[in-house]
Design a binder for this molecule. Structure first.
Ligand SMILES: Nc1ncnc2c1ncn2[C@@H]1O[C@H](COP(=O)(O)OP(=O)(O)OP(=O)(O)O)[C@@H](O)[C@H]1O
Length: 205
């Protein structure tokens, strides 16, 4: 069964051209490709941030635009979009309406954020901010987590933490759609979709 269906999607005069793909639940699916190949744009369409110029995107058989709740599709955007005055833990819990502090503890710990949970996000490193935004995307155990370059600001040690968190989410049933050119992530993917100049080069198996 496909959880994400992209059918003949074109966007913004060639940014994406006739892209089709079909992704099942509980997978780590990588969108790989060079800078400018269209990865972020495809992420935004799957996360329901915008609507395709033509074609159709379906998540759980419905168009995701306007963006649905984060238990259905969550997004880690490249620019993170944290609330700088809120603490790390509060940012992580935003999709849960700042409730459920206990339930986020395991995730904070897994991502190496437990010791800075009470610190305002603005006073944390870029790598910590990125892991905070990742935790926020995973906190509701979404059906689909769309993650744009989740290791861009991570060293090797922290890439392992990120990959462990992704594996745990996928093990719990989440489809993780990860845009990246990080070979360390590509190596552990269940599915790799390669994009070039807005087109899919290899369709997922
Ligand atoms: N609304 C738009 N209209 C026209 N061109 C756009 C629009 N949005 C993005 N682009 C262009 O489309 C191309 C793909 O952009 P996108 O951000 O999806 O690439 P990417 O693969 O995520 O790149 P990176 O790895 O650098 O983040 C780029 O050349 C970008 O300049």
């Amino acid at each position: 069964m496909a959880l994400v269906e992209v059918r003949s999607v074109s966007h913004a005069r060639g940014v994406l051209r006739e892209v089709s793909l079909s992704l099942p639940p509980a997978r780590l699916a990588v969108l790989a490709g060079r800078s400018g190949s269209g990865k972020s744009t495809l992420c935004h369409l799957i996360a329901g941030v915008m609507r395709p110029s033509s074609g159709e995107v379906l998540v759980a058989e419905r168009p995701p635009f306007p963006a649905p709740d984060w238990a259905t599709v969550s997004l880690l955007p490249q620019r993170l979009a944290l609330e700088p005055e809120l603490s790390v833990a509060e940012n992580v819990l935003l999709p849960a309406g700042l409730r459920g502090r206990d339930s986020a503890e395991g995730l904070l710990d897994r991502l190496g954020l437990a010791t800075i949970a009470a610190r305002p996000a603005r006073d944390t490193s870029l790598g910590e901010q990125q892991r905070t935004a990742l935790a926020r995307a995973l906190v509701l155990s979404p059906a689909v987590a769309v993650l744009d370059e989740p290791t861009a600001h991570q060293d090797d040690e922290h890439v392992h933490l990120v990959l462990d968190a992704l594996r745990a989410a996928v093990g719990a049933g989440t489809l993780a759609v990860v845009a990246t050119h990080d070979q360390r992530v590509i190596d552990v993917a269940d599915t790799v979709v390669r994009l070039a100049s807005g087109r899919v080069l290899t369709e997922p198996a």
